[in-house]
Design a protein around this ligand. Structure first.
Ligand code: ASP
Length: 452
């Protein structure tokens, strides 16, 4: 072993997370400066051109990992569990917890927003409401029927996460049923899972520059003037998001799993940064999966199912936004929704989060369904449109933390968590060493490649 590999990441070498944080800070500062300068050239060529291109390439690279990674890790997970009853239990528990956390999140958000009362006395004059269109709520039955794909190839090609999960689990169960015959296939999937995790490492190595470009672009485009008229909404929403993140979720983690919330939060930081920068739970799946398994210590058999499942159906942060936005708009329009109205909002938000994927801005689409259902004018969304990107970034970080908390609680209940990994502060930290090709591995491969 070389001296470099024995150096703990915290002792001298800069970890990837620190580099990403530096990229994020630099992007923020530069974005604010560019916003103030407001130069046509910078806006079009540097921010809209170069930064947009690099940022998009980075998000695309993350997305490119999602489908193969979920497939191979889930096959490995299902065959690793080896018992269909355990699989059912993991599925049932995580589904229940996902629904419960989302309902609590929006309930608390509505109560907090009712106490603070944002939007009272808001002046609608000057708000351009053209271009806001609504979307009808999907029926519960359609949402569930849509989980079964008619064509798995199409499901994989279009990244339909629930369909992919469903198909892969059925396939995994069939593989289990074939017993010993399946060994080569399972070993192949295990190998591919390892390969995909290495690809995640490669893509993550570009995160400092990718995150820098994404954040710089966002802050160049987001002027402070957008926030002033809706400051009460922003403050209430951020308060509710933080209350859920640091209060409800951490309390749940402590009570239901006994694990230390501070250690957990430190270990989830990379995934939270990725979620914040990309505003997409789906694109963050590879990083969340990596943090949950290699940093927190959750076994792949639980994480491979819970993480992609959560990224699709669990959106606590998004539900919180809908709660706060509904109260805000009800105040703006002077409409009293009453208890029944708010219960409808909770039910709708929970249902909408099951049926919609975690991609940027989808929360606003869901909000149109919720508003339509309780009879609030959909055009009201125009008021909060300007600040939604930043709010989306924060709520996505909350969304993926919720996924990780539930995955960890379920794993603890099943005895599928490696406490040595959880207790090791350096476990799974990425440094430059992780990207090097080991000399021994290189020789090994070269010898293998030679004609025998
Ligand atoms: N961007 C969020 C996510 O991917 C969804 C949303 O709230 O718009 O989780």
């Amino acid at each position: 072993m070389t001296a470099a590999t024995t150096t703990p990441p915290s002792g001298g070498k800069m970890s990837l997370t620190v580099k990403v944080l530096i990229g994020m800070g630099a992007g923020l500062v530069l974005g604010v400066i560019f916003n103030l300068i407001d130069s046509e050239f910078i806006n079009t060529h540097i921010v809209g051109g170069l930064f947009a291109m690099i940022g998009k390439m980075f998000v695309n690279a993350l997305k490119m990992l999602v489908v193969p990674l979920v497939f191979f890790s889930l096959i490995t997970g299902v065959t690793g569990i080896g018992d269909i009853r355990v699989l059912g239990r993991v599925g049932g528990k995580s589904f229940g917890l996902y629904i419960a956390t989302t309902a609590v999140a929006i309930g608390v958000a509505i109560i907090l927003a009712t106490i603070i009362g944002p939007g009272k006395g808001f002046n609608m004059e000057g708000v351009d409401t053209s271009g806001v269109t609504g979307k009808d709520a999907p029926s519960v039955w359609d949402v569930f029927a849509g989980i079964v794909p008619t064509n798995p190839v199409q499901a994989f090609a279009s990244g339909e996460m629930l369909q992919i999960i469903f198909y892969t689990i059925v396939l995994g169960v069939a593989v289990l049923m074939l017993g010993g015959k399946s060994k080569p296939f399972v070993e192949g999937c295990e190998y591919m899972n390892e390969v995909m995790m290495k690809v995640v490492t490669i893509v993550m190595a570009f995160a400092p520059i990718g995150v820098f470009c994404l954040i710089a672009k966002t802050f160049t485009e987001q002027g402070i003037d957008l926030f002033i008229p809706v400051i009460a909404y922003v403050v209430t929403l951020v308060l509710a998001l933080f209350l859920h993140l640091f209060g409800t979720l951490m309390l749940m983690l402590k009570v239901l799993s006994g694990l230390n919330p501070i250690t957990f939060m430190k270990k989830m930081r990379p995934a939270q940064i990725f979620a914040f920068s990309t505003a997409s739970s789906n694109a963050t799946i590879p990083v969340t999966l990596r943090c949950v398994t290699q940093r927190v210590g959750v076994d792949n058999s639980v994480a491979s199912f819970c993480v992609p499942f959560g990224a699709t159906i669990n959106m606590d942060g998004t539900a919180i936004m809908q709660g706060v936005a509904t109260v805000f708009l009800a105040n703006v329009y002077g409409i009293d929704l009453g208890l029944g109205g708010y219960i409808t909002v909770i039910a709708m938000a929970v249902l909408a989060s099951i049926g919609t994927a975690g991609v940027p801005g989808v929360g606003l689409v869901m909000l149109t369904m919720v508003l339509g259902q309780v009879g609030l004018p959909i055009e009201g969304i125009a008021i909060i449109l300007g600040v939604d990107r930043l709010m989306d970034m924060i709520r996505t970080a909350v969304n993926i933390t919720g996924d990780a908390v539930v995955s960890t609680i379920v794993a603890k209940g099943e005895g599928k968590i490696d406490m040595a990994v959880f207790d090791d502060p350096d476990a799974g930290i990425l440094t430059d060493d992780d990207l090097g090709i080991d000399e021994a591995a290189e020789k090994d491969l070269a010898a293998y490649a030679k004609p025998h």
